[in-house]
Design a protein around this ligand. Structure first.
Ligand SMILES: Nc1ncnc2c1ncn2[C@@H]1O[C@H](COP(=O)(O)OP(=O)(O)OP(=O)(O)O)[C@@H](O)[C@H]1O
Ligand SMILES: [Mg+2]
Length: 271
């Protein structure tokens, strides 16, 4: 039975889709079978980042409405044969995303994939709560700025109350992925410090992804950054984060700083 991960944030534009694709590809590179599910009905971004936009015929809503079988909607990545995408609809109404439909689709995906990665839309509305509903693990994507941290804090509240795990009295495993970290701005004091973000959110750190042009270049060529430029700083950060997701204990380094960040931050508090 596969693990269901939700990649969520509250705030928009922080790097959820970038991270879903990069982590999905990093996990699949290891031979694990991965599907990334786009819950952002109406916007449909994930297929562009994965370079699959011309291959989309059926989507998540078609499957939920019974207009296509799941196998018809799944798109296999051109580069990795264990990486799949379940696209969202650009045109359909968000209301077509029903709770029962999502439950059936996730249950089916768990049967045949090792990892089911749900790329959440921004906000705290239905789309976001449905994306997190069946998760076993949450990745909270946050930028080191006040508005992003505040929204992530709200999302943590929802993860602990509105999910299936919460309803069953269990606590969801949650990880912080700090993205778009800019060492120069951190040095100038223009961004929140890593310690401050961890103090406020109080969940273990999965990784720190630096702000980098490599991410933009990757999305321009329709490739997760972990496939287009695997030696780039953001790709390395995502590969390490994928290893931590598998349970490996690796020190986290802050971009631009030498010191490792091991005992102090990683796993210092239970989720
Ligand atoms: N590490 C990074 N360095 C530079 N740019 C980045 C980085 N991560 C993400 N971006 C850029 O930030 C923008 C938003 O990223 P992305 O679409 O992944 O965010 P999102 O959280 O999924 O947004 P939305 O809430 O709209 O779904 C994109 O233009 C992306 O290329
Ligand atoms: Mg997105």
């Amino acid at each position: 039975m596969g693990k269901v991960i939700v990649v969520t944030s509250g705030k928009g534009g922080v790097g959820k889709t970038t991270s879903s694709a990069a982590l999905g590809a990093a996990l699949a590179r290891n031979g694990e079978k991965v599907v990334v599910v786009d819950f952002d009905v109406g916007l449909r971004n994930l297929d562009l980042i994965m370079g699959a936009e011309r291959r989309v015929v059926y989507d998540l809503i078609n499957v939920i409405q019974g207009e296509a079988k799941l196998a018809q909607a799944l798109i296999r990545d051109k580069r990795l044969e264990t990486l799949y995408l379940l696209p969202a609809s650009q045109t359909r109404d968000k209301d077509n995303l029903t709770a029962e439909g999502v439950e059936t689709v996730i249950a089916a995906l768990k049967q045949s994939f090792d990892w089911v990665i749900c790329d959440s839309p921004a906000g705290i509305e239905r789309g976001a709560t449905l994306a997190m509903r069946h998760a076993d693990v949450a990745i909270v994507v946050t930028n080191p700025e006040v508005s992003s941290v505040r929204d992530s804090d709200r999302i943590i509240g929802l993860l602990d109350s509105k999910t299936l795990m919460a309803e069953q009295g269990e606590r969801m495993e949650k990880h912080l992925l700090l993205t778009r970290y800019d060492p120069a701005r951190a040095e100038r004091g223009d961004m929140l410090k890593v310690d401050d973000v961890l103090e406020i959110l109080s969940i273990p750190l999965l990784g720190i992804v630096p702000e980098s042009m490599d991410v933009l270049r990757a999305s321009n060529v329709g490739s997760p950054v972990t496939l287009s430029d695997e030696r780039s700083a953001p790709a390395i950060a995502y590969f390490d984060a994928a290893r931590r997701l598998r349970g490996e204990l690796l020190p986290v380094t802050i971009p631009g700083e030498k010191r490792g960040f091991f005992g102090k931050l990683f796993g210092r508090k239970a989720a």
